[in-house]
Design a protein around this ligand. Structure first.
Ligand SMILES: C[S@@+](CC[C@H](N)C(=O)[O-])C[C@H]1O[C@@H](n2cnc3c(N)ncnc32)[C@H](O)[C@@H]1O
Ligand code: SF4
Ligand code: SF4
Length: 360
């Protein structure tokens, strides 16, 4: 079985599919516009959510990570209400991820106050000044800076996530200096690890070998050994990151539970997409809503054949294996740039004596 309810330590929550930006490699974006198959919506504090996040379950978790595949947490109108409810139910920590280019300095200062000492804010900002908008399309540097200035006054734990591309690598020292001035605790310099699979997007990896994605070299070895990346993804040994490394589950903006954000993402990709075809083949035999927190309890969802049998069995069977699992958790290619994996380069600028969490 994937995990028993008592083994869950972290929940990754996608509170909305709304976002103000159009970052070219994001799943919400297709040919420069919002992916037409993506429903735009956000989670409400419904009966299903209330049942799922019981006080007992909240107290068992190390933390809740509000991020997702398709939206920006700060775009959700109910974000602060969720944070209040969840802390009231005994949640120990909440980490929230945002592009920072929306809302007002006052709104961010209030959120920072709520999270201080028990939460973290992660800002995805890939450049200073106009450079940020080269990848973070539609972002406003003035807005970001004003929001960061406001939130830095609150003393909340702050992390800057910076994807290092060729077009922004000259700003690395400037980012360090600004992050220090604004009181950031950490910077996560991320190698642009998706570029090896999306070389046509028009973005280049950095020249600095320290931040170049490890998987570019891995890709040529894979092609030599397996012929194609698809064949590798079907045949490689799978080490499920969320089952074995973090003990986590993912809930999308419609309240559907998946093992991880990577398996949850293909739902709204194109029908022609390899990942979506594989997922539909696996879940097509189940009743719709089999994994919805509105219909079922966490115990029932994790006992469903998808979690209890089929997903894990598929890791040992090239026929039923999801391409997504082989790509993301195969043994010879590092896809993710999340903390603790090879494409993440975390730098600590300031420790926070009141706060010793280790976050993803
Ligand atoms: C879809 S975003 C949702 C959260 C929020 N909107 C944001 O951008 O931080 C989830 C994660 O994907 C990351 N991301 C976006 N484009 C990426 C890329 N090309 N390579 C790696 N991660 C990327 C974001 O930085 C963020 O950490
Ligand atoms: S800010 Fe986040 S959710 Fe929005 S387009 Fe960029 S990566 Fe996607
Ligand atoms: S992609 Fe598959 S193997 Fe990897 S974390 Fe998700 S469920 Fe586990």
């Amino acid at each position: 079985m994937y995990l028993a309810p008592s083994q869950i330590r972290v929940v990754h929550l996608e509170i909305t599919s709304k976002c103000n930006l159009l970052c070219p490699a994001c799943a919400r974006v297709e040919n420069g516009a919002v992916n037409s198959r993506l429903p735009i919506g956000e989670m409400e504090w419904s009966r299903g959510v209330e049942r799922f996040f019981s006080s007992e379950f909240c107290s068992q978790l190390d933390y809740l990570y509000i991020c997702g595949n398709y939206g920006d947490a700060a775009a959700a109108s109910g974000l602060t209400q969720f944070v209040e409810h969840l802390f009231a139910r005994g949640l120990k920590g909440i980490s929230i991820c945002s592009n920072g280019s929306l809302r007002t300095p006052e709104w961010w200062a209030a959120l920072g106050q709520m999270l201080k000492g028990r939460g973290q804010l992660v800002f995805s900002i890939d450049g200073i000044g106009e450079v940020n908008a080269k990848y973070r399309r539609g972002s406003s540097w003035e807005k970001i800076l004003a929001n960061l200035e406001a939130v830095s006054q609150t003393g909340v734990f702050l992390r800057w996530d910076f994807i290092v591309f060729r077009h922004n690598e000259h700003q690395i020292d400037e980012v360090r200096a600004l992050a220090r001035r604004l009181g950031f605790n950490q910077i996560n310099f991320r190698s642009p690890s998706r570029l090896s699979l999306q070389p046509t997007l028009g973005f280049e990896p950095p020249l600095n070998p320290q931040f170049a994605p490890q998987n570019a070299r891995q890709m040529s070895q894979i092609q030599e050994k397996y012929g194609t990346f698809d064949r590798y993804a079907k045949q490689t040994r799978v080490h499920c990151k969320t089952q074995l490394d973090s003990g986590s589950i993912y809930i999308d903006f419609r309240g559907e539970v998946w093992p991880c954000c990577w398996v949850g993402a293909p739902r709204y990709l194109s029908h022609e997409d390899r990942q979506r075809r594989d997922l539909e083949k696996m879940i097509g035999k189940y009743e719709p809503g089999f994994n919805s927190i509105e219909n079922f309890t966490l115990e029932e969802i994790l006992a469903h054949p998808f979690f209890a049998r089929d997903l894990e069995q598929s890791w040992h069977d090239p026929e039923s294996r999801l391409f997504t699992c082989g790509r993301t958790c195969g043994e010879s290619f590092e896809y993710t740039c999340l903390p603790r994996y090879g494409n993440s380069h975390m730098e600590t600028l300031a420790t926070n004596p009141d706060f010793n969490w280790v976050w993803d």
